[in-house]
Design a protein around this ligand. Structure first.
Ligand code: WT7
Length: 651
């Protein structure tokens, strides 16, 4: 892990600590460190206590069945996630409380109270049923951040049809791949979406995707953009959301789901070119997101809570929708980007709604830093109480800036480590009790057994190694959809019997965890998870490319930037036009988020004698660090000439 040594050095010099303020501590949901000991003493009881706060049609018989690497939680329990997010609030004082406050990019806004959201969800659940959707059928959702997205997911949960949400930034080809892998019967999309004033052609992308998706029978289309979208509706296949809703009945009996029934699947990048459908189930997932939302964000009844993630990613699933709504909270949902119409937009929203809890990604924080503190200064941010960070390691400098300029020095920053696979937050401070160190995600959530191990799987008490999880937790993924062997291979074979996260981490003297980034072939670009192999396959798919090796190079703002070393076929043009063409080709194959930041043409790639590309050396070249050991190379001149070429290009 030579490439993470620099980061470790930076972190080791970080000595500042922050204790929670008096008032916050006094009012915190969790005030006492004893929760850790109590949870460790009886983990099953710890989770069952949260489960008891939810509504079950039938109580579980047994909390956990665990046979490595398969866990089952709340055995034989019956519940419904939409019931827990809606029905159980509407007979309380929360009936007319805002469930979702939606702020459009245009500044228009819509508030859905629990009662209103309940009614919309019931109606759309009936729409899906009328389309012939049965319990267990998969539904793909490809929507922008509009209220219909929340309504659609909860309606799926209500009738027991697992959703598979595809982020609106993914290409038609990515959408097609995900639809075919899940064999979804219905696609829910919109005529388009707004982004920085422009229009994202979601329906057009859907049409392109659907040229070869035999499982799709119906497409429900939300009218978001109107005439400007210039779409075609295909007779017999495409139906307008608003027309279907007009006739829909306003009550739909929630399905009594088993704890272990699939709630949703969500595709994420792994170490091969093919994205994997992470499977989450009903009972355990709900308990996990319910508990962590309540404790990590110190959630109060009167709070306005804002997680800026797009619902197309797991953070949006767990912390825009399911976690907050299971808690009866007011969750803000924002359609747009932080820089539109101007770079004060986020702070204007915090001021407008008096947001109390704000949860975003380090990439965004570093961007705000670059824009300057004068922007947040123009707004009243005094309502903020808790700040969250997620998606990638947060460097101490960004942490301090966030704490100082957004949090006014009074708000704890909860740096939350987790993954699509973990379903909910696993390493995090608890804001009322944890002493914070800028850049550290601090400690495992109560009941979570995280460890750091060396190559042989031996625990490292102090120092750096691989982050693993030694015990099951309720919201853990159950499998990879349609590929149970890959589930075992990817997570449970590197260190037998324990879950391997793919992350490097360091533990300090005080037992605090410091996350160091991925140690596998997965990149983290502006908080987006992209596999090097996926980008490589997209590149070699182009007729001019012979071979490609992709690496993530450290980047000040995005965490990592994508660099592609590419060998073109002899006949191909080696010019700037080709670089643009290849970048666009990757965008077309995967989505704009995967566009390489740099493409370097090279006659050869550094390989070992057995033909394996040495990505470590490529990373060293791109980061301008010393090359290190090159003795295993088949031809050591390749790497030196590549380094010279790269340095020349960079000027
Ligand atoms: C990977 C998971 C689940 C949140 C959104 C990303 C990195 C996530 C942190 C953090 C350092 C973090 C890890 C992880 N990551 N949170 N607080 N500190 N790294 O979900 O797309 O499944 O990516 O994001 O590398 O493995 P994801």
């Amino acid at each position: 892990m030579a490439d993470v040594e620099k980061t470790i050095e930076d972190l080791l010099t970080e000595g500042r600590t922050f204790t929670p303020g008096k008032k916050l501590r006094k009012n915190a949901n969790i005030k006492n460190e004893s929760v850790y000991k109590k949870a460790a003493r009886d983990r099953e009881k710890f989770w069952a206590n949260f489960a008891k706060e939810l509504d079950w049609f039938k109580k579980w018989r047994k909390v956990l069945k665990w046979k490595v690497p398969h866990s089952k939680w709340f055995i034989d329990g019956k519940l419904n996630v939409s019931y827990n997010c809606l029905d159980r609030h509407i007979n309380t004082a929360r009936k007319n409380k805002a469930a979702i406050i939606w702020e459009a990019e245009s500044g228009e806004s819509v508030t859905l109270t629990y009662w209103e959201l309940y009614r919309e969800v019931n109606k759309f659940a009936n729409v899906l049923k009328a389309l012939g959707v049965n319990r267990g059928d998969r539904i793909t959702i490809y929507l922008p951040m509009i209220p219909e997205l929340a309504i659609a997911m909860l309606a799926c949960a209500r009738i027991g049809a697992p959703h598979s949400i595809v982020f609106g930034g993914f290409s038609a080809e990515s959408l097609r791949g995900r639809i075919n892998d899940s064999k979804a019967r219905v696609l829910i999309t919109s005529d388009g979406g707004y982004r920085r004033g422009g229009i994202v052609p979601l329906k057009k992308n859907s049409d392109d995707a659907l040229t070869d998706t035999p499982s799709i029978e119906k497409v429900v289309v939300v009218k978001r953009v109107g005439d400007k979208a210039e779409i075609k509706m295909k007779k017999g296949r495409d139906l307008w959301w608003h027309e279907l809703m007009e006739k829909a009945h306003s009550y739909c009996e929630p399905e009594k789901m088993d704890s272990e029934d699939m709630l949703f699947m969500l595709y994420t990048s792994g170490t091969t070119g093919k994205p994997k459908g992470i499977v989450h189930t009903t009972g355990g997932y709900l308990v996990g997101v319910y508990a962590t939302t309540k404790w990590v964000f110190d959630l109060k009844e009167e709070d306005t809570y804002w997680c800026t993630a797009d619902i197309g990613w797991v953070t949006g699933h767990s912390y825009v929708i399911y976690g907050p709504l299971a808690n009866g909270a007011t969750s803000l949902m924002y359609e747009g980007t932080p820089d539109y119409p101007d770079i004060g937009r986020f702070w204007a929203i915090v001021e407008k709604y008096r947001v109390n809890i704000f949860y975003t990604a380090p990439t965004a924080i570093r961007t705000f830093m670059r824009w300057g503190e004068e922007y947040p200064k123009k707004y009243d941010l005094s309502s903020l109480r808790i700040l969250g960070s997620v998606g990638e390691p947060i460097n101490p400098e960004a942490w301090m800036w966030y704490h100082t300029h957004i949090g006014g020095g009074r708000c704890p920053v909860v740096d939350t480590w987790w993954q699509t696979e973990t379903g909910s937050i696993l390493i995090t401070p608890l804001p009322g009790i944890t002493k914070l160190k800028p850049g550290s995600a601090t400690k495992p959530f109560p009941g979570i057994v995280a460890d750091i191990v060396d190559e042989s799987g031996k625990s490292i008490k102090e120092g750096a190694g691989y982050l693993v999880l030694r015990n099951p937790w309720p919201s853990m993924l159950r499998t990879i959809y349609g590929d149970p062997n890959r589930y075992v291979d990817e997570y449970w074979s590197r260190f037998p019997g324990v879950y391997f996260t793919g992350d490097g981490a360091k533990r300090d003297k005080g037992g605090y965890f410091w996350l160091l980034g991925r140690v596998d072939d997965v990149m983290n670009v502006a908080g987006h998870r992209i596999s090097t192999m996926e980008v490589e396959s997209a590149l070699v798919d182009h007729h001019s490319v012979a071979e490609a090796a992709v690496i993530g190079r450290q980047d000040e703002i995005k965490g990592q930037a994508i660099v592609a070393f590419t060998t073109l076929k002899k006949s191909a043009r080696h010019d700037d036009g080709m670089i643009e063409e290849l970048r666009n080709h990757v965008a077309k194959k995967i989505g704009a988020i995967a566009k390489p930041d740099e493409i370097i043409f090279t006659a050869e790639l550094p390989k070992t004698r057995s033909g394996k590309i040495m990505r470590r050396l490529l990373r060293n070249i791109a980061e301008g660090s010393v090359l290190g050991d090159t003795t295993t190379l088949a031809d050591s001149t390749v790497v030196q000439s590549l380094k010279d070429q790269y340095e020349h290009l960079e000027g």
